[in-house]
Design a protein around this ligand. Structure first.
Ligand code: URA
Length: 265
């Protein structure tokens, strides 16, 4: 048996074991070995920052293979001519601990011809199991929020800045977001939305480089998508609203601003 196929079998066995523990309700804390993808505080020897195309995310790769993966992500995403091709690229992509731990990639749901693109953070457990974004409790609230302004899946296209559920349900870190950046950049180009809804602080940071959803929510931003300036409204993440229901009134105001803006589109 070749070293390559032994490696793949080992990887599959580890993935199956993670899935089993996950079914038992246990999140596996340790990343798989030899997957130094993320540039985080855990990688104190981080070196030269690299900026990914059309985003404001700065990655600090610590090893040569990480910067190679960043290059590969950028090349492959750019070359994807269709949504289907982009999905295939992401499915086959080695995103280190992200792809090793995830059961499925989470690509999108909704209408690819919609004017409105909704971009969240990263998949949770239900999304990881189903391969669809925003289908757990937070997603149900998000659907209700849009329903309140008469928008449903036929008028929305929904995705995330990160296509894999991070281990332990943690937030994706800067290195991981940098790796995912070419994919969301190409995803936005292929959808070519007229309006973007940025859901949550991680997506705000990933798409605009701005920190602080508390301050940015309700304030129109601009994203450059395929050379066009596209209006983007940051919203509180519905998972946050489930914990802080008193803030729903702000979210309602932001939804009304979106409804108003849609009249010009
Ligand atoms: N939170 C997100 O940001 N995206 C999902 O798909 C699910 C939960």
């Amino acid at each position: 048996m070749s070293t390559q196929s032994t490696k793949q079998e080992l990887k599959a066995a580890l993935k199956a074991s993670h899935a089993w523990w996950s079914d038992m309700g246990v999140d596996i804390p340790a990343p798989l070995p030899n997957k130094p993808l993320a540039a985080t505080k855990r990688n104190p020897q981080a070196t030269t920052p690299q900026t990914t195309p059309q985003t404001n995310i700065t990655a600090k790769p610590t090893e040569v293979d990480i910067s190679k993966q960043l290059e590969k992500a950028a090349e492959q995403a750019k070359a994807a001519p269709t949504l289907e091709a982009l999905k295939t690229v992401i499915e086959a992509f080695d995103a280190g601990v992200l792809s090793d731990h995830a059961r499925n990639i989470v690509f999108a749901r909704g209408n690819p011809n919609a004017d409105i693109m909704v971009i969240g953070e990263a998949p949770g457990r239900t999304e990881d199991e189903t391969g669809k974004p925003f289908v757990g409790p937070a997603g149900q609230l998000l659907d209700k929020m849009f329903a309140a302004i008469n928008l449903d899946e036929a008028s929305l296209y929904i995705t995330n800045v990160c296509n894999w559920r991070p281990p332990e349900n943690r937030n994706p870190n800067d290195g991981e977001l940098a790796l995912c950046a070419p994919f969301i950049t190409r995803h936005m180009e292929l959808i070519a939305p007229k309006l973007v809804v940025i859901v949550g602080g991680i997506s705000l940071q990933a798409l605009t480089g701005k920190a602080g959803i508390m301050k940015a929510r309700g304030r129109w931003q601009e994203l450059t998508i395929g050379g066009e300036q596209i209006p983007a409204m940051p919203l509180y993440h519905p998972a946050f609203l489930l914990r802080r229901p008193e803030l729903k009134k702000d979210a309602w105001r932001d939804l009304l601003a979106i409804k108003e803006r849609l009249k010009d589109i």
